[in-house]
Design a protein around this ligand. Structure first.
Ligand SMILES: [Zn+2]
Length: 288
């Protein structure tokens, strides 16, 4: 018989066997952050914890030219207001993913079969997705749900994945070179270059180790967009601007707000059928 016993209750015939390394981690590991009353105050912590990248499509601030980043509530505020300011419920998200996710809240029954959004801080990416030739495929119901609802194979994302794949191919080439060198048996080399080879191998190993130590800093540095950094002087400038606007409004009284203009226009042109109740004459006079 070909049937194998399964210790995973969620395993189905469609789930491919995945070789899982013992020390794997989710894409995002949250740091311990001081408590804040408003979720907006967590923005800088979120940015760093999420590598300045979208929790869902993984595009970084630097890659997402022109697209803003927002704070997403994994459990929408409309569905679960107690989690509104809970750091663990906040996800750093690009504007496109956040607006597509909207306030979709899968039911408990749907979640039980995996129909829910991927969580970068709890789920393992490789359990749910596979990226190949710039396209992302699902390996689970959660992966399928997330790809479908957030449209994770949109053209812009495919272009970014294509660039990433090319870059990774270069890095793999370099990495393989270091590994091959460090594995080479020194004894098999001619005596005159043994010491030199040993030094080169030690250097390469040191370089590889220090590379992996600083990879975190390098990744974050490459992903971060200076346009989204907080500006200490911005609040002061905003205040100054609002004071200037107030002065102008005093000098040139009238309607400075589009909404007020629209409202006045609507009052001046009454809807057909009930024209008699409004006061178009007064407004028309005031305009002259
Ligand atoms: Zn996104």
């Amino acid at each position: 018989m070909a049937t194998e016993p399964t210790d995973n209750e969620n395993a189905t015939a469609a789930t491919p066997a995945v070789v899982v390394p013992a020390n794997r981690t989710p894409l995002v590991i949250r740091s311990e952050v001081p408590e804040h009353k408003n979720y907006g105050d967590y923005r800088q912590y979120l940015r760093a914890d999420f590598y300045y990248s979208c929790a869902y499509c993984t595009v970084s601030e630097a890659e997402a030219l022109g697209i803003s980043f927002e704070i997403d509530h994994y459990e929408p505020v409309t569905a679960n207001s107690e989690l509104k300011n809970n750091y663990r419920n906040l996800m750093y998200s690009c504007q496109i993913c956040n607006s597509r996710k909207s306030d979709v809240t899968p039911t408990p029954e749907a979640r039980a079969v995996g129909k829910r959004f991927f969580r970068a801080d709890e789920d393992y990416f490789e359990d749910h997705f596979r990226v190949k030739y710039a396209k992302i495929d699902f390996l689970s119901a959660t992966g399928e749900f997330t790809i479908d609802f957030l449209d994770l194979n949109r053209e812009s994302l495919k272009r970014i994945r294509d660039i990433r794949e090319r870059l990774e191919a270069c890095e793999e080439y370099v990495g393989a070179g270091i590994r091959a060198l460090s594995k080479r048996s020194v004894d098999s080399l001619p005596n005159e270059i043994k010491a030199q080879a040993q030094r080169a191998i030690a250097d390469a190993k040191y370089m590889a180790a220090s590379l992996s130590n600083s990879i975190d800093i390098i990744l974050k540095g490459a992903a971060k967009s200076p346009f989204l950094d907080p500006e200490p002087e911005a609040a002061a400038r905003l205040k100054e601007q609002s004071e200037k606007l107030k002065d102008l409004k005093r000098l040139f009284p009238g309607m400075w707000q589009g909404r007020a203009v629209a409202k006045a226009k609507a009052a001046a042109t009454p809807a057909k059928g009930k024209a008699k109740t409004s006061r178009p004459k007064k407004t028309a006079k005031a305009k002259k």
